[in-house]
Every structure is written in structure tokens, then in C-alpha cells.
Ligand binder design. Structure first.
Ligand code: F0G
Length: 461
């Protein structure tokens, strides 16, 4: 009999330096989370053991990236690191004109101001918090055109980031193409649980958009993770490299915003890209107002150098296999424990279904916010609410009630070990066993914008 050898996802790197962590007691954590108003964003990171708040800006840079920091050219204008970044983005992503920004939302702000006029409608494959807010602040209205499956945590559609072209067609018929400055497409949709869009769907969307004279703007924050899923799941792509697939994805779009703090393995940075000279000209003018000169956009030269190197490292097939492999390892452990998570397992983290975990709480009692606080108390693992608090309020003041009420366990890239993944799953199971005794929260303070960052809560009962 032939022995089946399991191919592991082990990392294509080794450790050279470690960051020591503070270990805390349950009593210390109970006080810390109460002081933080039961909001994990308001915890001090020194009180956190394993930090899964976000995969944004939390990656471990490589020795080569750190070496790149040493060749930072800190000239105010025309830094050589900018030209290296421009060349890298053109070569690997294929966009023509590039403007660096301090992070993703800097690019979103500028692009929204350039492209959106009052009364415009922006269809997209699920909202992202900062992206939608900038679209709204520029006078537009976001409308969701993702497939229905994306809103069902149990549906295991392999491409839950796909666009429903009938939904898009209805939006176009209702408002007219002239009122739609672009379709907003995220690769590996964050709020759906790190779920990919297929190349087939993207190409169909491209054909539809072209016919109707509508641009596609690409939120490419996690494009390499999306490419990995296409390579693994989509017919015709298993022999293509991540780099080839990423370039093909970008070629289906007219421009992009990027938070390089995720895929591109840097602690700070982003950019805006476009293939249209007019858009570039307007954006290049606006960036001076909000970020800095168009050859640094709020970044130091060394940050741009680390980004150029990180972009190339993110496109390595072994890197993505280990990156997504680690997330899948954690997800499968959670499933073994019977913990309800979004399926299929996503690219950048595990999303626990808080409605199913705490079915005795109503959505107004903030099940995901509650669960994130309970997991922190149990083990010092910090996660993030992605439910009713994150969804915020509509322009008329009413709460959004999103179907997905999730706790996100986001895995930083190249930072934690397999044993850390075990601790996370065990702690979640520990909370799962006593879930019936858990009481909800009520909001005590609500900021106007992006309330999830700074809201405070009190314990019910
Ligand atoms: N687009 C997506 C899909 C994102 O996930 C983020 C950030 C942004 C845009 C904004 O980029 O933070 O660099 O300004 N997501 C982080 C997260 C905050 O934790 O998911 P930014």
C-alpha cells in the first residue's frame, strides 16, 4: 500500500529575534477589560498575550526588509525609494500611475474625493468600514452587490467574495451608469470573513462594467491571499504562480487602493494606483493637501523601501501557503472543538459566529463584542468585534443590523507559532463550554465615526 505523505504548511523562514511578552493573571485581565470599557481596541497592548486584533501593520518584517530600512533616502522630494516602489508596483501589479499614502484610508480619502460626486452610488462586494465612510463623506452611497451566500456563515461557497451580477444590473438600471463612478471590488473580502472573488466572476464583472462604461476600483489590501485561493480552488489556475494570478486580477481593474499593512508585510504604508492620467493628476494634487508630496505621501523613504521588498515577498508561493496554512490550521482546530466559525476558513483569520455561539443574546446586547471580551478574560487573547458595533449607523441615524455578527481572530503574518494557535483554540473552547452563563453588554459611550474603535460598554446584569 502506498503511504500518503501529508504536505505541511510549515514556514519558509526561521526566527532571528523574539519579542518577549508579559503574562497576566485572570484578575489582572478582568480589571484591564473593565477599564477598557469592554472594548478590545481600548486595551493596552502590554496587557495582551496573543494579539489577534488585526493583521494590519502587525507583520514581522524580514531581514531583507529591515536591511531596506537602512537605505532609506529621506529626501523631501524625489526619494529613490519612491522610484523603487513605483517600479515594483508597475512590475508586479501592472498599474500605471502610483501615489504613496500613509495607509489604505489615506488612499481611499483621496480617490473618493476625486471620483465621487454628491448623489453618486457605489456598488461593491460588501462594505469595509473606512472605505464606505470615505465614499459617504464624499457624497456617495454604498450599495452591497455581493452574492447572498456571503451573508450566510455556514454556506461553504468557495468564492464568497463574488459579485451578484443581477444585483449590479438592478443598481445600474435603477440609477443609471452615469451616477456610478465605479464598482468597488475588494479581493479577499474582509467583512465576509476573508473570502475570495473568483477570476471567472471578476472577468464577467469586467465585461459587464466595460459594456456600461463603468470603472472598477480594486481594494487590493489582501490580493495575494485571494490569488492563493484562486490557485487552490479555481479551474485552470493550479499551475500558475501567485505572482501571475495577482497580475491577472489587477489587469481586470482600472485602479486600486492598497493598505500595504496587510499583504505587503509592512508596519505602515499604502498607495493609490490608477491607469487614468486625469484621475492621477487630480489625486496627485490632492495628496499634497492630505498626506504629503506625491513622492512620499506621508511615508518615510525607509517605509517605502520596506514596502517594495514586502510586495515581492508577499507574492512567493511558499509564503502564502504557510500564511493561509496557519490560518487553516487554527480554523480546523476550532471546528474539531465544535466552535461555530465562518466557512470556508478565510485567508487572514478565523471568524467566529457570535450569534450561534451566544444564541441567548439579542443583537442589541452585542454578542460579538461580549465574546471578544470573554476570550480576552480567559487567556489574554485579543480579538475584534465585526458585527453590529462595527456596522455603525446609517445616514438617518438608524443602526445597521448586519446579518454577520462575528468575532475576528486575525492572524498577523510571520508572527505566531503553531503552539500559539493551539492556545487560542483551547481558550475559545473553554469559553464555549460556559457560554450559557455569559451576559451581554450595553453601550455607555458612542463616538460619531467608526464607533467600534472607541465605544465603551457596561456589563449587563
Ligand atoms: N480595506 C480593507 C479591506 C481593510 O481591511 C482595511 C483595513 C482598509 C481598507 C484600510 O486600510 O487601515 O491601512 O487605513 N483594515 C484593518 C483591519 C484596519 O483590521 O481589518 P488602513
Amino acid at each position: 500500500m502506498k503511504t500518503q505523505i501529508k504536505k505541511s504548511w510549515a514556514e519558509p523562514y526561521k526566527m532571528k529575534m523574539v519579542e518577549l511578552l508579559k503574562m497576566t493573571t485572570r484578575t489582572q485581565r478582568l480589571k484591564a477589560i473593565k477599564d477598557a470599557g469592554y472594548n478590545t481596541f481600548l486595551l493596552k497592548s502590554a496587557d495582551v498575550y496573543i494579539d489577534l486584533l488585526t493583521d494590519s501593520g502587525t507583520s514581522a518584517m524580514s531581514d531583507r526588509q529591515w536591511a531596506g530600512m537602512m537605505v532609506g533616502d529621506e529626501a523631501y522630494a524625489g526619494s529613490s525609494n519612491f522610484f523603487h516602489l513605483e517600479e515594483t508596483i508597475r512590475k508586479y501589479y501592472g498599474y500605471k500611475y502610483i501615489i504613496p499614502t500613509h495607509q489604505g484610508r489615506g488612499a481611499e480619502n483621496i480617490l473618493s474625493k476625486v471620483l465621487i460626486k454628491k448623489g453618486n452610488v457605489i456598488p461593491g462586494n460588501m462594505y469595509f468600514t473606512t472605505t464606505r465612510l470615505h465614499q459617504e463623506l464624499a457624497g456617495g452611497t454604498f450599495t452591497d452587490i455581493i452574492i447572498d451566500e456571503a451573508h450566510d456563515p455556514l454556506n461553504s461557497h468557495p468564492f464568497k467574495g463574488n459579485v451578484d451580477l443581477d444585483k449590479l444590473d438592478k443598481v445600474v438600471k435603477k440609477y443609471g451608469a452615469k451616477r456610478i463612478p465605479y464598482v468597488s471590488i475588494a479581493t479577499n473580502v474582509n467583512m465576509a470573513g476573508g473570502q475570495p472573488i473568483s477570476m471567472k466572476n471578476l472577468k464577467e464583472l469586467r465585461a459587464y462594467a466595460k459594456k456600461n462604461g463603468i470603472r472598477i476600483i480594486h481594494d487590493m489590501t489582501r490580493v495575494a491571499e485571494n490569488a492563493y485561493f484562486i490557485q487552490q480552488r479555481e479551474k485552470g489556475y493550479k499551475d500558475k504562480s501567485i505572482a501571475q494570478i495577482v497580475k491577472e486580477i489587477c489587469s481586470q481593474t482600472d485602479g486600486a487602493t492598497m493598505s500595504a499593512k496587510k499583504d505587503a508585510l509592512v508596519n505602515i504604508g499604502g498607495f493609490l494606483a490608477t491607469n487614468e492620467w486625469d484621475v492621477y493628476e487630480d489625486a496627485r494634487n490632492l495628496v499634497v493637501v492630505y498626506e504629503g508630496l506625491h513622492t512620499y505621501g506621508g511615508l518615510a523613504g525607509r517605509d517605502m523601501e520596506a514596502m517594495s521588498i514586502g510586495i515581492v515577498e508577499s507574492l512567493d508561493d511558499f509564503h502564502q501557503q504557510a500564511r493561509v496554512g496557519q490560518v487553516e490550521y487554527l480554523g480546523n482546530k476550532m471546528l474539531d472543538y465544535g466552535i461555530p466559525i465562518v466557512k470556508p476558513i478565510g485567508g487572514h483569520g478565523i471568524f467566529v459566529d457570535a450569534k450561534a455561539f451566544l444564541p441567548h443574546l439579542t443583537q442589541d446586547q452585542y454578542p460579538a463584542q461580549t465574546l471578544a471580551a470573554e476570550i480576552y478574560i480567559d487567556s489574554g487573547v485579543r480579538t475584534m468585534e465585526r458585527g453590529i458595533v462595527s456596522a455603525g449607523r446609517k445616514a438617518n441615524g438608524e443602526n445597521y443590523y448586519p446579518k454577520l455578527e462575528l468575532v475576528r481572530f486575525t492572524i498577523p503574518r510571520r508572527v505566531y507559532t503553531q503552539a500559539h494557535m493551539d492556545v487560542i483554540a483551547e481558550s475559545t473552547y473553554n469559553v464555549f463550554k460556559k457560554r450559557h452563563k455569559i451576559k451581554g453588554l450595553k453601550m455607555a459611550y458612542e463616538p460619531k465615526y467608526l464607533r467600534f474603535f472607541q465605544a465603551r460598554f457596561d456589563k449587563l446584569g
